[in-house]
Design a protein around this ligand. Structure first.
Ligand code: ADP
Ligand code: MG
Length: 273
């Protein structure tokens, strides 16, 4: 099983759009996928057609210890389950401040019963902050995908994210690696997007081998700005259902292929370890 946290502390960079469409694309390719919505705004849940207000079965209940993942998940398509969020989750940030082992609640929930027996992928859509919910995702994941909008300040924000990840790997989860950077809201043909992408690749190639981002790959597939991606959530559908021929579906489809292609490499890594 691969467990992936989709993280960036900035809002509006494509976390939710990428979480939903990558999860949906993997499910269409036959992988069993569980998408965990960790943002109190519940945009990922809504994007897949789940109305969340007042729901008894949400990820908040999982954090409260009142539900297992198995009880809280809902099937939304073949091979695709969602553990929905709920506005209550905003309270968890506060309620968990003094809870012992608060960083590992989600990891514990994924081990009991073992999610690895039910799913091929766990995809976690993080909120736009580095609070306790995001830390829970980073402790439950082995991989981080970072959606990035290539603009002038993008790399500055990225180094903060890298530092946070390094801190988590040192203190809380040694297995965690930044494995993928997704260029979202990409303006094809602009000089700026190309320059930022070049800078990013250079930064990664010069990173120290022991850093948690040393193996990070910038996905070849760029997610172009495409209005269909912005429209799909209000229909409660992934891009593959809403507009299968759109540029958005083509771009996320290609990204999903890259994610799947990396499965072989990971299997080799594991058997070598
Ligand atoms: P985040 O989860 O990081 O806050 P979202 O995925 O919600 O970001 O994206 C922010 C907004 O931009 C949403 O309205 C979404 O529909 C829109 N959006 C995301 N990616 C694209 C894209 N490639 N093209 C057009 N609109 C996009
Ligand atoms: Mg979001």
């Amino acid at each position: 099983m691969r467990s992936i946290a989709v993280m960036n502390q900035k809002g509006g960079v494509g976390k939710t759009t990428s979480s939903v469409n990558v999860a949906a694309g993997l499910a269409r390719a036959g992988r069993r996928v569980c998408l965990i919505d960790l943002d109190p705004q519940a945009h990922a849940s809504l994007h897949l057609g789940i109305e969340t207000t007042g729901s008894a079965d949400s990820v908040y209940q999982v954090f409260a210890g009142a539900r297992t993942i198995e009880q809280a998940r809902q099937m939304v398509a073949p091979n695709l389950w969602v553990v929905p969020s709920d506005l209550d989750l905003a309270a968890a940030e506060v309620e968990l401040v003094d809870a012992p082992g608060r960083e590992y609640i989600l990891r514990g929930a994924l081990e009991n019963p073992p999610a690895a027996e039910q799913f091929d992928y766990i995809v976690m859509d993080c909120p736009p902050s580095l609070g306790v919910l995001t830390i829970n995702a980073l402790c439950a994941a082995r991989e981080v995908f970072i959606p990035l909008q290539p603009h002038f300040f993008a790399l500055q924000g990225l180094s903060k994210l890298f530092e946070t990840t390094a801190l988590v790997t040192r203190r809380l989860n040694r297995e965690l690696r930044i494995s993928g950077i997704m260029l979202c809201l990409y303006e094809t043909g602009t000089r700026l997007a190309a320059d930022v992408t070049d800078d990013l690749m250079r930064f990664l190639s010069e990173s120290e081998p022991q850093s948690p981002w040393s193996g990070a790959k910038v996905f070849d597939s760029r997610i172009r700005r495409n209005i269909k991606l912005a429209e799909a959530p209000s229909f409660g559908q992934s891009i593959f259902e809403y507009a299968a021929d759109s540029a958005g579906a083509v771009d996320y489809g290609a990204l999903v292929d890259e994610v799947i292609a990396a499965e072989a490499g990971r299997a080799v890594e594991r058997s070598a370890a």
